[in-house]
Design a protein. Structure first.
Length: 201
């Protein structure tokens, strides 16, 4: 849902993101919660192998920013903590992932000596984590001019554009604050009131 691609893939990425946004609006459940169908993200025809991005080069530079995390498990919420493996999940014991925790990481998908794809997640509120992720973006862009596409935020743009990245991370912060506020409001509205509040309200 959050990936990096060579800048050469931009037309395909832009088209698929537009289709995803349209599908999200069209397939929204009548209740307003969830969707009646899922948009399957289309992989662009150009990946990092065509640009000869070596795994060793990318790993060396990223490991100077964030520690490597070899054991990697990504599942949907329904499978977290279950013994059954998520058929759409990712389970690795020798992953090329660099990060601090589940809220801030960047992951290389290797094929032989080369990087095929790169994806990441960033939901952290830590300014140092944001700085590290921006540094990681700069490193990738220095190796191969790249762009990001974030299907969660309906965002797409070049990593070499500081103004775009400023806007992207600012929007992330605004969304995080809005979500935290909505969750807190829901929690307070659904919590049983103490007896003295029930008596005098």
């Amino acid at each position: 849902m959050r990936s990096l691609y060579p800048i050469a893939a931009e037309p395909e990425v832009e088209r698929d993101l537009a289709e995803s946004i349209a599908a999200s609006e069209k397939k929204l459940h009548p209740s307003g919660f969830g969707w009646t169908a899922i948009h399957m993200i289309a992989e662009p025809s150009v990946d990092y192998r065509e640009l000869n991005l070596l795994l060793a080069d990318a790993a060396e530079k990223l490991s100077a920013i964030m520690p490597r995390v070899k054991r990697f498990a990504a599942t949907i919420g329904a499978h977290i903590g279950t013994l059954e493996k998520d058929p759409y999940g990712s389970y690795e014991n020798d992953a090329w992932c660099f990060g601090f925790d589940a809220k801030c990481f960047i992951k290389l998908e290797p094929e032989g000596d080369f990087v095929k794809g790169i994806w990441y997640d960033f939901t952290s509120s830590d300014p140092q984590a944001e700085q590290a992720m921006r540094h990681a973006f700069d490193v990738v862009n220095g190796l191969v001019p790249s762009l990001l596409v974030d299907y969660h935020q309906d965002a797409q743009g070049p990593l070499g554009d500081p103004e775009f990245l400023d806007h992207y991370f600012a929007e992330h912060r605004e969304r995080r604050i809005a979500v935290a506020k909505a969750v807190e409001e829901y929690r307070q509205s659904s919590e049983p009131k103490p007896w003295w509040k029930r008596l005098f309200s």
